[in-house]
Every structure is written in structure tokens, then in C-alpha cells.
Design a protein around this ligand. Structure first.
Ligand code: NAG
Ligand code: NAG
Length: 376
């Protein structure tokens, strides 16, 4: 997943324990939020699932699949030095060819479901966090939609998402593939630490991306790994099987398959489970914000089970903090959840930022697995 100029790239990424000689790069991630409406944020996640499920939404082409990375409303960004799975720039201003850049003569086009770009392909040096690739495929956008506050993306895979994005090419090695092939990193692992915003802040530098390993100062206990999905629509993404969703002692859903996505804000669960969640909490979907709304504060924990491990979110973790109500235009005296309706068919689950802000996540391409640990 998930991350222009000073390309401010949206992080969309992806442990093995850091090994002796492993080179890693550690980058701070700043939480940026440019909220035009909370409802827009809610519908972005749903547009993303429609895209994964091949359902055309306005502005999204169903056949040019690509990755998980940015969300125009709430993103985590890292500064990088150039110039989803494709690496590109030029969303805000033109991305000029440097003296070392070479045009390949190919065109590149990627649709994310909540945004897209198209342009021409160059090969150039890309540096990120002190690690460099001398000849990285870069898309120089001539048109881009759906990106505010970021000028491009350094795509961290999975590489399958690059399929069909560049003319005359099958898949295009991602920045991380090239680092690995060059021997700059020993393992294709991304460790991601996001943190909830405190108080009414919405733009803290409160995240960290580790490229080529994990950062043990950002989690406690050990990392538990879960295999990534090998078939189905979610498998081209960071797909994962979910054993259950529960609210207190109520099972909301006993199986689901979804994606772990650093570029999606909320947590989306299957419709039947979402409806059970509303029944159990006495909530309803608020027509104005699109969020689950409660007049009485829910008191039970919400849990997601991957494999045999249960990951719990307390009400303080799954409810919108009251300090952020005025920012999002929400009504005081009511309660709102970050848990939303993912739909009733196809890929209908996204494990987004509001889960990842509470659990350290590890996107391990080398071993086809996703790991989680309790955030430090
Ligand atoms: C926020 O979004 C608005 C509307 O899309 C855009 O005009 C503005 O430039 C954005 N601001 C930042 C800081 O990205
Ligand atoms: C909710 O989860 C928290 C943190 O894991 C735990 O301390 C608490 O006991 C749980 N509450 C209930 C009612 O299970």
C-alpha cells in the first residue's frame, strides 16, 4: 500500500523481525485531512469496493485495477525526494523530466476507484527514506482526478495491480521490487504505524512507515501473521480472510473476505453484520453524515478475528472522538462509529485506518502474509 518536487506522496501500503544486515528506511507519516464532507469519506470506501468488485462508478474504469493507496480526504503522507503499485507524480503540478529521466515511449493509466491518473512513462532515479532505485518506472501524469494535497504516489504493491497499466508491458516492478532485486533491502516488508489523532487535531505527524522491516518500538508483544488471500477479487490487493466480527457477545458475521487498506479511512463490514451491529447498539445510519449514529453511547467492544486471534476495538477506538465533531460537522450529544456498511456481495470488507491506528500492521510480500501487533 500505501505513499512529488517534493513529491508528497500518499502512503498506501504493507515482518519479519529486523535481521542483522537488513537495511531499512524509516519515514515519518503525517496525517492530512482535507474534509469536504464526512459523507464523502464514507462513500469513498464504498466506491473502492465497487471498483474491486468490477462495478463501474463514475470516473472509475473497471478494468484498470490498481491499488490501495490514497484517499483524497484523509491520507497519511511522507515526503519523498523525486520524482499503489505504480509510482507517479504530477497530480497538482506538472511533473518534469529530470536530466536523468528517460521516456520509455509508453503510456500509463491507473484507476483507484476514488481517483485516477494517466500520462506517459519514464524511467528515473527514485529515492525514498535514503533508499534509491536508479531506474524506476514513473508515470508523469497529464491528467489526474481525485487527489488533493498529494502530488503522486510511490506504489508499494502488490505488483499484480500494475498489470495492464502500462502499454507494452505486463506488470511493472514496483519501487519495492526494485529495491529488493538491487539488494537494497533483504525482505519485501513494510511496517506501518498509524496513531489516532489526539484531541481536535487532524494533521499530526503521528505515523511511521518502515521499508524493508518493522520497528519494534511501535508495537508491543509479538506480531501475528495471517496469510494473504490467493484467490478471488480481494487477492490482487492485501486480501485477508476474516473469521468473525463481534460486538460484545453478539456475532455480527462469522466469515468474510476483505482487504487491509491503508488508504481507506473507515472499517467496512458486510451488510448483514452491519445491520446486526445497529440492532445491538440501537443505532441507525445517519442520512446526513452517512455514519452509524447512536443516541445512547455503545458500551461493548467491537472485535475482528483473523485466524485464531481476536483484535478488539473499545468504544473509545471505534467511535468518532467528540473533540472532532465540529471538524466533521457532527451533532453534539450523539455518537458516531467508524464502522460502516460494506455491502452484501463480493468484497464487502475493508480494514481501514481506524483499525490500523490501533494495531501495528506489516505487509509482507516475500512471505505473502499480513501481520498485526498491538500498537505501542
Ligand atoms: C482541499 O480540497 C479542496 C477541494 O477539493 C481543494 O480546492 C484544496 O486545494 C484542498 N486543500 C489542500 C490543502 O489540499
Ligand atoms: C474491552 O477491551 C478492553 C481492551 O482489550 C478490555 O480491557 C476490556 O475488558 C474489554 N471489555 C469487555 C466488556 O470485554
Amino acid at each position: 500500500m500505501f505513499f512529488a518536487a517534493l513529491l508528497t506522496a500518499a502512503v498506501a501500503v504493507s515482518a519479519s523481525p529486523v535481521q542483522r544486515q537488513t537495511k531499512t528506511a524509516v519515514l515519518p507519516l503525517k496525517h492530512v485531512s482535507n474534509v469536504t464532507s464526512i459523507k464523502n469519506i464514507v462513500s469513498k470506501g464504498q466506491a473502492r469496493m465497487n471498483h474491486i468488485n468490477g462495478i463501474q462508478t463514475v470516473g472509475a474504469s473497471p478494468d484498470a485495477g490498481s491499488g490501495s493507496v490514497t484517499n483524497e480526504d484523509v491520507s497519511y503522507v511522507a515526503p519523498v525526494s523525486i520524482g499503489a503499485s505504480n509510482t507517479w507524480c504530477g497530480a497538482q503540478s506538472s511533473c518534469e523530466k529530470t536530466s536523468t529521466g528517460k521516456s520509455t515511449g509508453d503510456s500509463v493509466s491507473v484507476s483507484y476507484g476514488s481517483g485516477s491518473f494517466s500520462g506517459t512513462e519514464y524511467k528515473d532515479k527514485v529515492s525514498f527514506g535514503g533508499l534509491s532505485v536508479s531506474s524506476q518506472s514513473i508515470g508523469a501524469a497529464s491528467t489526474a482526478t481525485g487527489f488533493t494535497g498529494v502530488d503522486g504516489i510511490i506504489g508499494f504493491g502488490p505488483v499484480d495491480l500494475t498489470e495492464g497499466t502500462v502499454s507494452n508491458a505486463d506488470t511493472v516492478p514496483t519501487f519495492m521490487d526494485n529495491l529488493y532485486n538491487d539488494g537494497s533491502i533483504d525482505t519485501q516488508v513494510l511496517g506501518v504505524s498509524f496513531s489516532p489523532e489526539s484531541g481536535s487535531d487532524t494533521d499530526d505527524t503521528n505515523g511511521e512507515l518502515t521499508l524493508g522491516g518493522t520497528d519494534s518500538s511501535k508495537y508491543t508483544g509479538s506480531i501475528t501473521y495471517h496469510p494473504t488471500l490467493t484467490s478471488g477479487d480481494a487477492s490482487e490487493y492485501w486480501g485477508i480472510s476474516i473469521a468473525s466480527f463481534t460486538y460484545g457477545s453478539t456475532t455480527l458475521a462469522s466469515s468474510a473476505s476483505g482487504i487491509v487498506d491503508t488508504g481507506t479511512t473507515l472499517i467496512y463490514i458486510p451488510t448483514s453484520g452491519y445491520n446486526k451491529f445497529l440492532s445491538a447498539t440501537g443505532g441507525k445510519t445517519d442520512s446526513s453524515s452517512g455514519l452509524a449514529l447512536f443516541t445512547t453511547k455503545p458500551t461493548s467492544n467491537f472485535s475482528i478475528k483473523f485466524g485464531t486471534t481476536t483484535y478488539t476495538l473499545t468504544p473509545a477506538q471505534y467511535l468518532v472522538p467528540t473533540a472532532q465533531y465540529s471538524y466533521y460537522g457532527l451533532t453534539s450529544g450523539k455518537y458516531y462509529a467508524w464502522i460502516n456498511d460494506g455491502g452484501s456481495s463480493g468484497v464487502n470488507t475493508i480494514i481501514g485506518q481506524k483499525f490500523l491506528e490501533n494495531y501495528y500492521s506489516v505487509f509482507d510480500t516475500t512471505n505473502s502474509r499480513i501481520g498485526f501487533a498491538t500498537g505501542a
